[in-house]
Design a protein around this ligand. Structure first.
Ligand SMILES: Cc1cc2nc3c(=O)[nH]c(=O)nc-3n(C[C@H](O)[C@H](O)[C@H](O)COP(=O)(O)OP(=O)(O)OC[C@H]3O[C@@H](n4cnc5c(N)ncnc54)[C@H](O)[C@@H]3O)c2cc1C
Length: 430
């Protein structure tokens, strides 16, 4: 029997079979056959979700062979791709055409369909998450029908289906807004956390893409300010890049985490090493700055809250970590985005800040995450669909003004729950 597990290794299953279609026609056949056999279907991307959202328990569809660029329209500023394309490959294609995604998260291992389906985002108040860039998509529904969805055709399905949690069918093709390629000037430096919080509104206004990581057990934050730049690429040499991005962020950090896992009492002392990294400044093509390699495995929970709640909410989290005596080796990440109008987007209807907490793989995370979750829920936090949380449909329905609108589209497209699994039953009620 085949087996599947996600990136973090905290979700596993043994699907009945794995299908690897190479065309939309094959996807339709696979869906029809599974429905005739009364088997449920789950499309799996790169398995980078920490929740059970992608767990396939009966028929698993892997779209890795549907990863081609279908069309590039320079004048319209759009690209059409097959939905299984991995973001790093999409970036490489765009670079060849001197185009770029307007924004990205901090890794590019995900498939495009997986990323949009969970409301994946980066940072930057003037930008949105990836799903808000969708101009059109094609979906194979439970009845085996192929629907082309855009604001003119199947408009309601388009409106709701841009963030679908994989619950509406198999997305086979996506058309996205893209922009002319641009460079970013990156400035990475430690700052006092008190300074960052006192000046947060200004930092996110005056930088195109600002994020920071508060280092628990210290008074420091590691900040990253990326700004669009017309300057030529000015990146440190290959060794310096390897040293900063691979050695320091992965190997040395991984070693600190391993020592901390063995000797938790050392964590506060080890944490003081992180802010000693110093200031780095460089210019590179945007996608090389937005995203980097992540070799250290972890578990993660991330909540979106209204932008204005960030400072009080983070102060509460910091106080709680101190009061409860949690020993945390992973920095707490803070990002922000503009709002969008997608019913299940974590930033629907409000400019958002995101607080993400992590725990090194193999360490106990449940109590820490639950304590942070209690704070963020008080701030009407919405959990990232692909990151660990404890909410269910009754909690979630009140957090999304257009939740019911999504449910109606789902009832129409998948009345029998062909595309459901345990996680979707929990957050969508069936
Ligand atoms: C190291 C790491 C870094 C991360 N960084 C970020 C970040 O910076 N920002 C952020 O927001 N998130 C981040 N995430 C979370 C990640 O972006 C999401 O969990 C994303 O969904 C993973 O994409 P995937 O291709 O692995 O999809 P999967 O996890 O495999 O699937 C996610 C969902 O998409 C559905 N799906 C996949 N393909 C299709 C399809 N063709 N049709 C219909 N449904 C489909 C699945 O059924 C499932 O419901 C990170 C995760 C990790 C592990």
């Amino acid at each position: 029997m085949p087996s599947w597990s996600n990136w973090a290794g905290n979700q596993r299953s043994k699907p009945v079979r794995i299908e690897r279609p190479s065309s939309e026609t094959e996807v339709v056949e696979i869906v029809r056959r599974a429905v005739n056999e009364h088997l449920r279907i789950k499309v799996v991307g790169s398995g980078h979700s920490f929740t059970g959202i992608a767990v396939p328990d009966e028929v698993m569809i892997d779209l890795s062979q549907m990863n081609q660029v279908v069309n590039v329209d320079h004048i319209g500023g759009v690209i059409t791709v097959q939905a299984g394309i991995v973001l790093s490959d999409l970036n490489a294609h765009l670079e060849l055409h001197q185009l770029s995604m307007p924004n990205l998260g901090d890794v590019t291992y995900q498939t495009l369909a997986g990323a949009i389906s969970t409301s994946t985002h980066g940072t930057g108040l003037q930008r949105t998450g990836l799903a808000a860039q969708i101009r059109a998509f094609k979906v194979v529904t439970a009845s085996g029908e192929v629907l082309m969805c855009d604001p003119m055709h199947n408009a309601e399905i388009f409106h709701c289906g841009r963030v679908s949690l994989g619950a509406l069918g198999v997305i086979t093709e996506v058309t996205l807004n893209v922009v002319s390629a641009f460079n970013l000037r990156a400035v990475e430096q430690p700052m006092r956390i008190s300074h960052v919080l006192d000046n947060f509104a200004q930092l996110i206004q005056e930088n195109d893409f600002f994020e920071f990581y508060w280092v628990p057990h210290t008074k420091w934050a590691l900040t990253k300010a990326n700004n669009v730049s017309s300057d030529a690429i000015d990146s440190p040499g290959r060794f310096a890049t390897w040293y900063n991005k691979m050695f320091m962020e992965n190997y040395a950090f991984g070693l600190l985490c391993r020592v901390g896992r063995l000797f938790p009492k050392l964590i506060p002392k080890l944490a003081t090493i992180l802010p000693s990294s110093g200031r780095v400044e460089y210019v590179n093509v945007s996608h090389r700055i937005f995203s980097s390699k992540r070799l250290v495995k972890f578990y993660e929970m991330e909540y979106s809250i209204a932008l204005d709640s960030l400072v009080p909410a983070l102060r509460e989290v910091m106080q709680m970590v101190e009061d409860r005596g949690f020993l945390i080796s992973f920095p707490v990440e803070v990002r922000c985005t503009g709002s969008d109008d997608i019913p299940l987007s974590t930033s629907t209807g409000r400019r958002s800040a995101y607080i993400a907490v992590h725990m090194f793989k193999g360490c106990e995370y449940a109590e820490y995450f639950a304590a942070v979750e209690t704070i963020l829920r008080k701030h009407e936090g919405r959990p990232h669909w692909g990151k660990i949380h404890n909410l269910d449909a009754s909690d979630i329905s009140s957090l999304y003004p257009e939740y019911q609108r999504f449910i109606e589209v789902r009832n129409q497209l998948d009345p029998e729950g062909v595309f459901t699994n345990d996680y979707l039953r929990r957050v969508l009620g069936r």
